[in-house]
Every structure is written in structure tokens, then in C-alpha cells.
Design a protein. Structure first.
Length: 563
């Protein structure tokens, strides 16, 4: 006999919740979670295989350098994004200065630019033969590098700068959302106690927003750990670069998997630090005063300093690379279009569309299964299925490729013994492997968006639909999806754009001679042909602008009492 317990639904009514019922929704959700987490588990299994001395060689030679460089890179980017993201979020939320309304959404624009794209642009501008150094030599009469000093862009410091410029919006978005949610009461009390605006920020507002800020910095560090294009182009030896070197140059999959487990240790530490920082830090606003936040009028010098502080990240993180790419695209569009650019565009659009569609369907299935059968088992399965977003793309590529390769060989051997016909590789090294990798990594985006949207629909809707004879599937299709249409579109756009930008996983999983815009731009830029690939890079940036504006608008509307 099935045990039934009664719980309160979000809409205030009471729903019967099944403690355990192996229906198609529950079984489907569990199977989906197992399939999605399979590649992550496979990495640890592969790492246990013999590596023919590769691991001993790595640990005694380059591994300490990989780890130390990775730590320095993550720390530098984390500190930089913390300062820029939190500072600009406080300014646009609490202060009044010229351009504030524009900066509210424009500060998110650098998020549309992949780190590897901005690295290519600034290398082209700042290298010895670039326009800036050429101008300086002409003005001061310098003949060669021995006559002057100029910072080297292709360095660890250059990588930190490039990633900081495009990743700070993660911290800005979450910090601004936290500041918008704060009650006016606590801020007014701090001012009545004689606190200056800076003291109110440091002693009241920032501690209240600390959990959100820490979450943003953790996301930044995970994105930094995942990056391949920037560190490869700048010759910065991180763990991600080491995985490519061991797998492709040393031909050791188990050695690459062992490096991947080290990267997973970084991920686990980051998640643990984020959880530990938030433990016991729960803040509740006891006041009901959620009026418009006070605009602190800055003096004229400070107001223009605030404008400059908000403008510089946009100028260097978005405007400069966009203008440079646009200029190159206009000059070389004929050569670009005469090549295979349209094929690469088609490949990227097809992959992104297919992956986004499947991710939305799976995310919606998991979210609705939890709504129907909100059990501990289902929630745990959904959370496990969403962990892929925290795992670097290079790690997931190993977990996807190796099991599919072994499955291909097993299928081929079986059919060959039965029919004498060889099937070859039908799963690994195909578009199927790429889509599977994208789903494992980006399912969290669609699931999180759709679960939040479903949670806003009152349970009375389900009851009314059931009384009209509609089953769960029909209720989802005819009632819920029309209501949450905008959230479904948002989830699809988020996955679509991330697939368009994804480089590490695409580099490892793509079929032979199969190029996307990301791999095409990386290949041409690595060959010092940025001008020819500028149109592709600009296309990636343009695709990323849409979700950036959607996210910014959603956060702006999030505060009760907003004008």
C-alpha cells in the first residue's frame, strides 16, 4: 500500500504527496539523472586505470606548476571581479550620478563577450606590432623593445585582466539583486546612527549581500577554471591546458582523467567554500518598508568619478572589442564569406538549437516531475543532474568521449560477429557526443529557470485541470507551458548562447573536420589571422547580448516598490 502524506503547496492549498511511487515521471527523472551524471562518474573510473607512468612523470615535473598557476589565475580573477562587480552594483543601486540608468543594464554587456575573444582582440591591439606600441614608438622615437618597457599581454597577468573584464558581471548581477532586495529600514537606521554612506555599505549593506557576492565569485572561479581559449592563447599553463596536452600530445587518456580529478577537487573546494560561507548567515528583513531605495546624491567630483568607474568596465570589456571586431569584419567580410564561414555558422546554430531544445524538454520534465512527486529521491536526482554546470568542459569531454568510444567498439564487435559488417564509430566523434556533452554541462540553466517558473504557478491550476479530466501531461502542455512561455524562451536562450560560446568541450568532442564559430575563431586567431575570423567572433558576441539584456531587466524589476 502506498504511503501518502499531506503537504502545503506553494499556492496555499494542500496536495497529496506520494512518499514513493514508481510511475513514469519518477522513473524517467531518475533515469535522466543517471544518464546525465554518467560522464562525471566515468572520469573518476577512468582515472583509476593505469597511466603507464604518466601520472608519476606529471606529479614530479609540471603538476605543481599547473596547480600553482591555476590557483593564481583563479585568485586574481576572483579579487578583480569582486571589486568591480560589487562596487559598480552599489553605485548604480544606491547613488545618483550622470548615466546611472544606462549603466544599470550596460554593465552586464561584457558578459556577452567570451574571454578568448577579448584576449584575441587585446593581443592584436597591445602586442609589439600593434597600433598602440607602434604609436608610442613613433611619438617617442623608440626603435625596439630594449628602448622601453611595455606590459606583456600574453602572460598570467594578461589572462587575469582579460577574464576579469568579461566575468565581473556574474558578481555584479548577484550583488545588485541582493542590494535591491534589502530593506530601506536597515539602511536608514545606519544613517541615523551617524554612519557615512561608505560605512553603511561596509558595515551593513555588504554583510547582508555577502552570500550573493560569494556565490557570484564562486561562479567566476568556476568559469575561470573552465577556460581554455585564453590560457592556451596566452601560453598560461593551467590544469585545463594540461589536460589537452596530456590527452592530445601524450596520448594518455587515463593521465588526462587523473588531471581532471585534480580539477574536480578545485570545484568541490569552491562549492564547499561557498556553502561554508553561507552557513548560519541567514538575514531576514523584519520591516515591511520596501519603498524605492534612496538615491544618495553625490557631490559633483564624486558623481563624475562614479560615472568613470562604471564606464571603464564597459569601454574595455565590451565597447572596445566590439568596435575592433566590427571594423575588421567590414574590412574582411568578402574574404570571410568567400570561405566556409556560412558552414561554420550553420553548424553552430544547429548545435545550439538542438541542444537548447533538448535541454528545455529535459529540464521541464525534471521540474514537472518534482512538482508532481516532490520526494527527497527526486529532488536529489534533479540536483545531481544539475551539477554538470560546475564541472569544467574539458573534464566532461573526457567523461563523454571514453564511455561512448567503448560502447561504439562493443556495438561494432557484436554486429561484426553477427553480420560481418563493421559499423565504425556511430556515437563517439559525432554530433551526438557534442550534444550529450552540452546537455550534461548546461542542463542546470534550463532546469533552474523552469523550476523557478513552475514554482510561481499556484497548485490550484493543477487541481482545476484534473477536475476537467486532464492528466499530468495534458496539464503541462495545455496549462503550464502557455503560462510560463517567457521562462521557457529564457531557458532556451541561455542554453543556446552558452553552446555558441563553448570552446573547451567543442574542441575535444567535435568530429573530424567539423568546425563551429568558436573553434573557427580560435584556430584563426591562434594563427594570427584575427581579421579573417572577426565576423565569427562578432557573431558570437551578438548572440550573447540578448540573454544579457533579459537578465538585467529581470533584476531591475525584482524590487517591490520599483518605479
Amino acid at each position: 500500500m502506498t504511503k501518502i502524506s499531506s503537504i502545503s503547496a506553494p499556492g496555499g492549498s494542500t496536495l497529496a504527496k506520494m512518499a514513493w511511487r514508481p510511475d513514469r515521471w519518477t522513473i524517467g527523472a531518475l533515469v535522466t539523472a543517471l544518464l546525465i551524471t554518467g560522464p562525471i562518474v566515468a572520469v573518476f573510473v577512468i582515472a583509476l586505470a593505469p597511466s603507464n607512468g604518466i601520472w608519476a612523470h606529471l606529479s614530479s615535473t609540471v603538476l605543481p606548476h599547473y596547480i600553482w598557476t591555476t590557483i593564481l589565475l583563479m585568485s586574481g580573477v576572483g579579487i578583480g571581479t569582486l571589486l568591480i562587480g560589487t562596487g559598480t552594483a552599489w553605485l548604480v543601486t544606491m547613488c545618483r550620478f550622470p548615466g546611472r540608468r544606462f549603466f544599470e543594464w550596460a554593465l552586464v554587456l561584457p558578459l556577452a563577450v567570451p574571454a578568448y575573444v577579448i584576449a584575441y582582440v587585446y593581443t592584436d591591439i597591445l602586442e609589439f606590432s600593434g597600433p598602440i606600441q607602434d604609436f608610442l614608438r613613433g611619438v617617442f622615437g623608440w626603435g625596439n623593445r630594449q628602448d622601453y618597457w611595455f606590459p606583456e599581454i600574453r602572460s598570467l597577468g594578461g589572462a587575469v585582466s582579460m577574464m576579469t573584464l568579461v566575468l565581473y558581471p556574474y558578481v555584479y548581477l548577484l550583488a545588485r539583486a541582493a542590494f535591491l532586495e534589502q530593506s530601506v529600514c536597515v539602511l536608514e537606521v545606519s544613517r541615523t546612527l551617524g554612519k557615512t554612506p561608505w560605512q553603511s555599505f561596509r558595515q551593513v549593506a555588504f554583510p547582508l549581500a555577502r552570500p550573493a557576492v560569494i556565490a557570484g565569485v564562486s561562479l567566476v572561479m568556476m568559469e575561470t577554471l573552465n577556460d581554455f581559449g585564453t590560457v592556451d592563447y596566452f601560453a598560461v599553463a593551467t590544469l585545463t591546458a594540461g589536460i589537452y596536452d596530456v590527452w592530445l600530445n601524450m596520448s594518455s587518456v587515463s593521465g588526462a582523467a587523473q588531471l581532471a580529478t585534480v580539477m574536480m577537487t578545485f570545484v568541490i573546494v569552491l562549492i564547499g567554500m561557498e556553502r561554508l560561507a553561507r552557513r548560519g548567515r541567514r538575514f531576514h528583513h523584519t520591516g515591511t518598508k520596501y519603498s524605492v531605495l534612496p538615491d544618495m546624491q553625490l557631490s559633483r567630483p564624486r558623481a563624475w568619478l562614479a560615472t568613470l568607474s562604471c564606464a571603464l568596465p564597459i569601454v574595455f570589456g565590451f565597447l572596445t572589442p566590439a568596435l575592433v571586431l566590427a571594423d575588421y569584419s567590414l574590412d574582411f567580410y568578402e574574404e570571410t564569406l568567400a570561405g566556409d564561414f556560412l558552414i561554420y555558422m550553420r553548424n553552430s546554430l544547429a548545435l545550439a538549437t538542438i541542444s537548447a531544445g533538448i535541454a528545455v524538454m529535459i529540464g521541464l520534465f525534471l521540474a514537472y516531475a518534482i512538482r508532481l512527486r516532490d520526494t527527497v529521491v527526486l529532488r536529489a536526482a534533479a540536483r545531481v543532474a544539475s551539477i554538470g554546470y560546475a564541472v569544467p568542459g574539458a573534464v566532461l569531454a573526457i567523461g563523454v568521449m571514453l564511455p561512448l568510444t567503448r560502447l561504439d567498439h562493443a556495438i561494432n564487435d557484436t554486429i561484426l560477429s553477427l553480420t560481418g559488417f563493421s559499423t565504425g564509430l556511430i556515437l563517439s566523434g559525432t554530433v551526438f557526443a557534442m550534444v550529450l556533452g552540452y546537455l550534461v554541462r548546461f542542463l542546470a540553466l534550463s532546469f533552474g529557470t523552469l523550476e523557478a517558473s513552475l514554482g510561481k504557478i499556484t497548485a490550484n491550476m493543477d487541481g482545476a485541470s484534473r477536475t476537467l479530466g486532464r492528466g499530468p501531461a495534458s496539464t503541462l502542455l495545455r496549462v503550464h507551458i502557455p503560462i510560463m512561455r517567457s521562462s521557457v524562451l529564457t531557458a532556451a536562450i541561455l542554453v543556446f548562447v552558452d553552446v555558441m560560446k563553448e570552446l573547451p568541450m567543442t574542441m575535444l568532442l567535435r568530429p573530424f573536420n567539423f568546425e563551429t564559430l568558436a573553434t573557427y575563431v580560435h584556430q584563426y586567431a591562434s594563427d594570427e589571422l584575427l581579421e579573417e575570423s572577426a565576423l565569427g567572433a562578432l557573431s558570437i558576441v551578438a548572440a550573447g547580448i540578448i540573454p544579457v539584456i533579459i537578465l538585467s531587466a529581470a533584476i531591475t524589476r525584482s524590487r517591490p516598490g520599483r518605479r
